[in-house]
Design a protein. Structure first.
Length: 291
C-alpha cells in the first residue's frame, strides 16, 4: 500500500502485507518490524519512527542484495551458526497425520485464514476444543518453564511465543541477527519471531495432529485472482464455520504441506445452503461486466 511518493528522489513509501493480512495496518510487515524492535538488532537497516506512527526504512545495497523473494516468502542468507536440514522432516518426532474425510464426503471446518479461492486454511471443527485445550496447556507450561538453549534448524518443530500465546511452529527461514520466519502448524499463518522466543516443543504437545489444512476451492477455474475477487471470497469464508466437501487430496512428505481441493458450503441460513464456488463465479461475471 503506497502512502507517499517522492518523485524527485524516485522513492515510494509503502506498507507491506502478507496476502492474508491486507489491509489490516496492525498486521503489516512494517508494524511487525516496529513491534519486534528489529531495527535495534540489524546494523544494515535504519528505521526512523515519526510521531504519527508512520515509518520509513532505508537499506544499504548489501542488505538489499541479501534479500530475495521466493514463493511469497522472504529469505535471507543463513547465519554460519544455523544448520539447514533437508526439505523433508523425519517422521519420528511428528504427530500422527490429521485424518481427513474421504473424497466426496462432508467435513465440518473452520476457515482460519483466507487469501483467495486458490489458497486458504481450514481446521476440523470437531477438533477445535482439543486445540483450545492444547493452547491453554502450552501457555501454562511455557509461562512457568525455565528457558532452555535451543539449536535452531530449518524445517524442524518448536514452540514459539507470538504476541502472548505459545504455538507449535516449523522454522521456514533463519534470518540474520536473531529473527526467524515460522509457520504456525495449527492456524496456517506465517510469522516473524525472535529466536529468544523459541523453545523446544515438548513431546506431550505433539500428540494432537497439526490442525491447519491448506485448501483450494473446487468448482472454479484456477487463475490469478484479482483483489476484488479475493476480498469477496475472504468476506464469505474467513473466520466462519462451513461445511467442506473434499474433491481431492494432494499428499506430501510433510503432513503440513498436504493440500485439499474442496467445495465450501455455508449452512448458516435456515432454508438455503450457499455453495461458495457459485457465489465466487457470479462475482467474477459481475467484475467482468464492470470492466
Amino acid at each position: 500500500k503506497v502512502v507517499k511518493q517522492d518523485g524527485s528522489k524516485g522513492i515510494a513509501h509503502v506498507y507491506l502485507f502478507a496476502p492474508e493480512n491486507f489491509p489490516d495496518m496492525d498486521r503489516s510487515v512494517n508494524r511487525q518490524i516496529k513491534n519486534a524492535d528489529l531495527w535495534k538488532h540489524q546494523k544494515d537497516v535504519f528505521l526512523s519512527v515519526t510521531p504519527s506512527g508512520t515509518s520509513s526504512t532505508k537499506m544499504t545495497s548489501d542488505a538489499v542484495s541479501a534479500l530475495r523473494l521466493t514463493s511469497g516468502r522472504l529469505e535471507k542468507s543463513f547465519s554460519d551458526s544455523a544448520k539447514e536440514s533437508s526439505s523433508a522432516v523425519s517422521t519420528t518426532d511428528m504427530p500422527a497425520p490429521l485424518p481427513l474425510s474421504k473424497t466426496g464426503e462432508l467435513m465440518d471446518v473452520y476457515v482460519s485464514v483466507a487469501c483467495h479461492p486458490g489458497h486458504f486454511i481450514v481446521q476440523p471443527w470437531k477438533e477445535l476444543h482439543n486445540l483450545e485445550a492444547l493452547m491453554e496447556e502450552m501457555l501454562l507450561y511455557y509461562s512457568r518453564a525455565e528457558e532452555k538453549p535451543v539449536n535452531i534448524e530449518k524445517n524442524k518443530l518448536y514452540a514459539a511465543k507470538i504476541e502472548n500465546q505459545w504455538y507449535r511452529v516449523i522454522i521456514k527461514g533463519i534470518l540474520r541477527n536473531g529473527f526467524l520466519s515460522v509457520y504456525e502448524l495449527d492456524y496456517g499463518k506465517h510469522e516473524f519471531v525472535s529466536i529468544e522466543k523459541v523453545q523446544p516443543l515438548m513431546d506431550t504437545f505433539r500428540k494432537l495432529p497439526f490442525q491447519a489444512i491448506t485448501a483450494q476451492l473446487a468448482g472454479v477455474k484456477s487463475q490469478q485472482w484479482s483483489e476484488e475477487a479475493s476480498i469477496v471470497f475472504r468476506n464469505l469464508v474467513e473466520k466462519k464455520p462451513l461445511v467442506a466437501q473434499i474433491q481431492a487430496v494432494n499428499e506430501s512428505t510433510n503432513s503440513w504441506d498436504r493440500k485439499i481441493v474442496t467445495f465450501l458450503v455455508d449452512t448458516s441460513l435456515p432454508d438455503t445452503d450457499i455453495w461458495i464456488h457459485d457465489f465466487v463465479s457470479q462475482s467474477l461475471v459481475e467484475f467482468s461486466k464492470d470492466d
